[in-house]
Structures are given as C-alpha cells and as structure tokens.
Design a protein around this ligand. Structure first.
Ligand SMILES: Cc1ncc(COP(=O)(O)O)c(C=O)c1O
Length: 400
C-alpha cells in the first residue's frame, strides 16, 4: 500500500539471544547494546557517527547504506526497545512528536481517530492544527471509560490513540477492554506509554498494536536528550512504519541514540526510587492544609487504583495537585529550590510545571475547563533525590 519497503537491515543476534531466557525488564534494559561489538568486545555500542556506508561491491550492501535508512547505533536502540516492549520491531525518531507524526502518516484523508481527551497538549496541537488540514478527524474523550469510546466509533474510525496514564490528570486506560473493542471493530490501538514505560506496563502484551514514547522522558531519564520511540507488534505493519520512517526522515541521530541506550540501562532502578518518593510525597501533599486535591494513582482513593494494580507493575512517579488559591501557584513554582520550575518529566531531577499555561496551553480552553486543568493545578515529576529533601522543599514553598 505504501510502496516497496527495503528489508536489508540486518538483525543483531546478540540482542535476541536473550529471548531464550526469561528475564525481567530491568535486566533486559541493562543488556541493550551489550555483546553488540563482536570485533572488539566493547561493552557499550559504538556511536556510528556516519552519514553513509561504503558498498562492498556492485549491488552489494553491508546492510547499511545511508544513516536515514538505518544506522547501527540507532538500530541497537530500536532493537532494544522492541525487546523491552515485546514487539516485532522498534523505530527511533528525533522527538516524541516526530514519532507520533510518523504514525499519523499511516492514515489517509477521511479517516477518523478516537483519542484520549486528557492528552499531552503538543499531541493535541499536532492533531488539530496539522493533521486536521489533511482531512483526518479526531474525537476526544475519556478513554478510561470504555463505553464512551465504543459510542464514538463511526464507520470512518481507523484507530484509537490512548495515553496509558494520562497527562496531567493520571487516568489509567483499561487496555484489555479497549483492545477487545478495537479487535471487534478492526481498529488499530495505539498507546502512548510515555508515563509508564515498558518497566511498568507493556501495552503490546495487553492487546495494543503500537506503542509510542517520548523517550525524552523516563527512557532516557536524565533531561538531556529529545527523542521518540515506536514499537510495532505485527511485522507487516512494522514494514509500513519503517517505510514511513525512512520516507519522512525524522530519525534519531547516533549520538542521541547512544544517550537513550545509556539512560535505558538504569530505567528500573530510577523508576523504583522515583515511585517510592512519589507515594510518600503524594500522601504528604494530601495531608497538607494548603493542598485541595491530589491526583496520584498509587493512592487507594484514586478511581483507577485497582485497575492499575491489576494491569501495571507500579503507579509511576507523576503527581498532579491543586493548591487552595491561585497566588500559591506562583509561590510554589518560584520558591521551590530543589524542584525546578521546568517543562518535561521523567528525569532524575524533580521538575514542576503549571499545565494550564505550559504543557496544556494548546488544549482548547473549554476542554481544559471540562477536564479540570485549571489555574490551581500543578504537575510534579518526582525525581530520585532524597524524599525528605523534596518534602522539605515543598513545605518551604507551600508555607512561604
Ligand atoms: C505523553 C507525551 N507524549 C508525547 C510527548 C512529546 O514528546 P517530545 O517532547 O519528546 O517531542 C510528550 C512531551 O511532553 C508527552 O508528555
């Protein structure tokens, strides 16, 4: 459907030897890139900083011809994320947005997608301001409510795009139920799993067809790289995604691929610590007199707590909370000294944002109001610092 797809990229057997063993995700993550370089035995994958590759003879290829089409460092990352997610093939892009945009090229004018309403603002902007111009249409709704998803499906619907844990209000989607629905209506299920990562949930195992990540966040984990990843379950669909990746060309460079690989190796230990910190902070905030509401799915009172306990290995390390008056928003953002007032999330450093005017500024105001993204709401990405220092920082900021 999308033209002839080149299949020449070699698979590195060193990566897949681990399929023979049952290994935990954190172990697999450490192994990414290991045993790659059989010539020197280097324990980390080299950075192949090259645009092109010499041909050994006429009509011959080493498997690599040109770095947009395939680069060994990028491929190590692509194979690694495919292994962690349990997919047939992975793809690395220059940002999470580039990864999502690439997936949208799978659709054509007239197609309709059902989408999580509580969505990263940049994704909403991409859908409404760019892809709507090419005849795609989108319906936004609460995808943690499977019945309303079912009601929104039309004959033109081709896919359901969900954030597995939503941004910023941390609602959790019932992927097995959504996947059963998608199968019965022949729809693709695309899961943005940025907030959870394969360490906490593997959407492909729960029935999704494609996962997508802003690898800028937990996967690279150090607030030092912008990157996007996609994993596809079905090898035929993966061929189409590869065609799009090569044709559109928003690929991740070798240096950034290497940084993401390095970050991924510590994914498990980082997230363990971040989650330990997050539950302590969520409970502390919940008891604070100046805090009105806390959204953290690890707290029993969160409406999706039980579902998440069933389908995920943890509750993540993102917290949203409302303070009791707007003046306190600025006070908290500017008076925290350890927690930086900065966009992004998932890195070792704790960061805090004000979604209404930052990450979610591009969501239409009426939708923001309906969702509860208001002028009291702050989003905290909990890092790996000592939790007592983080709590002291919040206390000083909240109490002025
Ligand atoms: C859930 C989610 N998806 C996608 C993106 C876009 O990723 P990037 O900033 O790497 O382009 C973000 C960015 O914040 C995000 O939070």
């Amino acid at each position: 459907m999308y033209g002839r797809v080149k299949k020449s990229r070699p698979r590195q057997t060193g990566m897949f030897i681990f399929r023979r063993y049952v290994m935990h995700i954190s172990t697999r993550a450490v192994q990414v890139g290991l045993e790659w370089d059989t010539r020197t035995g280097a324990v980390t994958v080299p950075i192949y900083q090259t645009a092109t590759f010499r041909h050994p003879g006429l009509g011959q290829s080493t498997g690599y011809d040109y770095s947009r089409s395939g680069n060994p460092t990028r491929q190590t990352l692509e194979d690694g994320i495919a292994l962690l997610d349990g997919g047939s093939r992975g793809f690395a892009y220059s940002s999470g947005m580039a990864a999502i945009a690439n997936l949208l090229h799978l659709f054509k004018s007239g197609d309709h997608l059902v989408v999580t309403e509580d969505l990263y603002g940049g994704t909403c902007r991409l859908f409404d301001k760019i892809f709507s111009q090419y005849g795609l249409s989108f319906t936004y709704l609460d995808t943690s409510d499977t019945a309303s998803v079912q009601a929104a499906i039309t004959p033109a619907t081709r896919a359901l795009f969900v954030e597995t844990l939503t941004n910023p209000l941390l609602k959790f989607a019932d992927l097995p139920a959504l996947s059963a629905l998608c199968r019965s209506r022949d729809l693709l299920l695309i899961a943005d799993n940025t907030f959870l990562t394969p360490y906490l949930q593997q959407p492909l195992e729960l029935g999704a067809d494609i996962t997508v990540y802003s690898a800028t966040k937990y996967l690279s984990g150090h607030n030092d790289t912008i990157a996007g990843l996609v994993v596809v379950k079905d090898p035929r669909l993966a061929e189409q995604v590869y065609f799009q990746q090569n044709a559109v060309g928003a690929v991740l460079g070798p240096q950034d691929s290497w940084l993401v690989i390095r970050g991924m190796k510590t994914l498990g230990v980082r997230l363990d610590r971040q989650q330990e910190n997050a539950i302590r902070i969520a409970r502390w905030l919940n008891a604070h007199p100046r805090v009105r509401t806390v959204f953290y799915p690890g707290m029993e009172e969160h409406p999706n707590h039980e579902l998440m306990a069933r389908d995920a290995r943890g509750f993540g390390a993102m917290i949203a909370f409302e303070v009791d008056n707007h003046a306190l928003v600025e006070q908290v953002l500017l008076k925290t000294r350890l927690i930086s007032f900065a966009e992004s999330l998932g890195g070792v450093e704790s960061l805090m944002t004000f979604p209404e005017v930052q990450t979610h500024a591009d969501i239409p105001p009426e939708l923001r109001a309906r969702l509860g993204i208001n002028n009291l709401l702050l989003r905290l990405s909990v890092g790996i610092e000592d939790v007592n220092d983080l709590i002291d920082d919040l206390q000083n900021a909240l109490e002025g």
